[in-house]
Ligand binder design. Structure first.
Ligand code: GDP
Ligand code: ZN
Length: 353
């Protein structure tokens, strides 16, 4: 493996001058166990743990490495585990709010290029649920791609594709079957060398099957990876980053219930940009679309141009989001400060070693 295969690119180089003077190895976290990590490095996959110093310095859960993070490591002399000394700042991520008074952010996966929003084409097909997943996907900062699996179980693939396209303008839609292999090669372009793809979708839609299919033979090895601590086989963790034999990386992410919205408006407005399109055409700039004269949203709803169910879904998600941001505003200013403090601290910490 070289770093490019693991997703390193020139944007990361810019973050590196601060550390290049010192002798660290670079690695990318591929799995998280309780206090142990697995890390892809140029030498292969290794077990690693954070240094005592790191643990001491870390102020919140989100400062610890997660799957997808780039980390600075050194090898330790007394056993085969590498030591994680620091992480590079995250470029994008999936988060969930961890329970607690401050609604601490818990980052689950870092740095994704594309997010496959996976649904199945049989009875689980649900536009409203897809909208929620799309909001999440946009929030993560990766590019959403809709993957409709189980095409073999569906009689009218075309109309389903049309339906989903109508709620996700501009998002690529692919109908595939992991069972028959139909359409699977449409996904190849997303898996270039060093590209990281996250799979997002409810359980049962076929994410594991797809992963197996992508990994081919390699998946069988995953379960039996020899750990370097000599304890034999690893138990595969729930979430894990896989390196594909043909290049590219895939992460299976937890589903909706576990992820939850994080409260950035961006996800909502990207998902529902058709509704934005109407609302800027309302006569009043502050139109609330509740019966004001000249309301373009109401007109679109009346004419059927805009689907009521979709509009209700939008209102519901917006309400949720407003609730989240109200709570968030309280912490926002503080958080922003802390974030920059953290970035400076990270760079200092890295320089120090
Ligand atoms: P996950 O929970 O999203 O990881 O879903 P799984 O990969 O475990 O798949 C759930 C079930 O759907 C399994 O029984 C699979 O064999 C089945 N399945 C997955 N993909 C397809 C497909 O394309 N066609 C059909 N007919 N079944 C599929
Ligand atoms: Zn209006």
């Amino acid at each position: 493996m070289n770093l490019t295969e693991l997703g390193w690119d020139s944007a990361w180089d810019e973050l590196l001058p601060a550390v290049s003077e010192v002798e660290y190895g670079l690695g990318r976290v591929s799995a998280e166990h309780k206090h142990l990590y697995r890390v892809f490095t140029e030498q292969g996959e290794t077990l690693a743990q954070v240094s005592g110093r790191y643990r001491y310095d870390a102020q919140s859960r989100s400062e610890f490495p997660v799957i997808g993070d780039w980390v600075l490591i050194t090898s330790s002399s007394d056993d085969d585990r590498a030591i994680i000394r620091g992480i590079l700042p995250r470029r994008n991520k999936f988060s969930r709010r961890a329970a607690g008074e401050n609604e601490e952010e818990q980052v689950l996966v870092a740095k994704i290029d594309a997010v496959f929003v996976v649904s199945s084409l049989n009875r689980d097909f649900n536009l409203r649920r897809m909208e929620r997943y799309l909001v999440l996907a946009w929030e993560s900062g990766g590019n959403p791609v809709i993957v409709l699996n189980k095409a073999d179980l569906c009689e009218d693939v075309y109309s389903k594709v049309a339906e989903i396209s109508s709620i996700a303008p501009g998002v690529p839609v692919h109908a595939i079957s992991c069972e028959t292999g139909q359409g699977v090669d449409q996904l190849t372009p997303y898996f270039g060398t060093g590209k990281t793809v996250a799979l997002l979708g409810s359980s049962g839609v076929g994410k594991s099957t797809q992963l197996n299919c992508l990994l081919g033979e390699a998946v069988k090895r995953t379960g039996t990876v020899r750990s370097q601590d000599g304890r034999g086989r690893h138990t595969t963790t729930h979430r894990q980053m896989h390196l594909l034999p043909q290049g590219g990386l895939v992460i299976d992410t937890p589903g909706l219930r576990e992820l939850g919205l994080w409260g950035s408006d961006e996800g909502i407005s990207s998902t529902f940009d058709d509704i934005d399109w109407y609302s800027v055409r309302c006569r009043f700039a502050d139109c609330r679309h509740q019966g004001e004269p000249g309301c373009a949203v109401k007109e679109a709803l009346d004419s059927g141009e805009l689907d009521w169910a979709r509009y209700r879904s939008y209102l519901k998600l917006q309400k949720e989001m407003a609730y989240i941001s109200r709570r968030e505003n309280l912490f926002e200013a503080l958080e922003e400060k802390a974030k920059w403090k953290q970035i400076h601290k990270e760079i200092k910490r890295i320089k120090k070693r």
